[in-house]
Design a protein around this ligand. Sequence first.
Ligand SMILES: [Zn+2]
Length: 408
Amino acid sequence: MGTPPTTGASFHEMWRDLAPIGRHAETGGYRRYAWTGADTDCRAWFQAQAEARGLTYELDRNGNQWAWLGDPTAGDAVVTGSHLDSVPDGGAFDGPLGVVSSFAALDQLRARGAAPTKPLAIVNFGDEEGARFGLACVGSRLTAGQLGPEQAHALRDADGVTLPRAMERAGYDPEAIGPDPERLARIGAFVELHIEQGRGLNDTSHPVGVASAIWPHGRWRFDFHGEANHAGTTRLDDRRDPMLTYANTVLAARKKARLAGALATFGKVGVEPNGVNAIAGLVRGWLDSRAPDEETLAAVVGEIERAAVERGRRDGVDVRVTRESFTPIVEFAHDLRDQLSGLLGGVPVLPTGAGHDAGILSASVPTAMLFVRNPTGVSHSPAETAGEDDCLAGVAALAQVLEGLACH
Ligand SMILES: [Zn+2]
């Protein structure tokens, strides 16, 4: 038996090998949905990378993949990684940048002869984007016990295929899924490197930053009830047109968010009867709102609701608001965050409005994130990109962090 290899394919080679998997020929976007052929190919790639480096490969009960350097059961492990699945027509970087950088960073550590005193692992969390079953972070939620097996078994895709059936078809045992506290107990720290999904780092001279928190966010359904009527025969004064109230509310949301330093977006709308020559009877708009803290978020949404109700009174429209989901703020572990920032020589510390596996895990283990600069800020689109130098700076930063956490 020879010595296990200490380095594998370079960042470029790994990137090149992953690039064609699940890419749509016309849009150029990625369609790597959980438990599909593209997902299977990504998983095979991960396993091959682990084995080529002589790492111990494991598939956990929830379908997350692990590659270990050192004893997986020794405890206090330093874990890094991200996800390989995508949103519909997603970009190449969201997820894969973290996984590829993890392997490349581990190679750098080993190449310079760093001697980890703790186990190191790379993870690929399954079904992070939730593109197929409508719920994000399924792999990490199951592991952390934030999603029960019964709830997971009830998830269905657009074709009515259940999650267990999809897992089974891909060769996994859906009966095994559930909380995995023993696995979580092995982890001393989890660091996820991710492309920044915004332009925060663009205002700085730094290619890499450390995450402070994930903003609290939620979704609210606004129902504007008016009266459907003929667009040609109903006098303006006689109308109860919910479209006016809706339009005014969209503008109010923008203004209130801007004043509070928050975000508010009406990105989905439904109209009844939805006819060109009919005044709408009902407009239903979905508000997505996020803010630096929960108080601000509640205040912004409250103000938008008040603006809607006030305008509704003028329009003869009844407004009802229903909160459909809410995710509290995730504050990453302050000690770990400060440690990372110190190891990297005082890089920017910035929040994000997007959810991540690291956010799910932060309830169970000390967790941190590194962001790599995104020149356009575009994400969840084929236009998502990061410069080559910035990607390599991300690898170097991650290697430094892993060395600092696992080798002393
Ligand atoms: Zn992601």
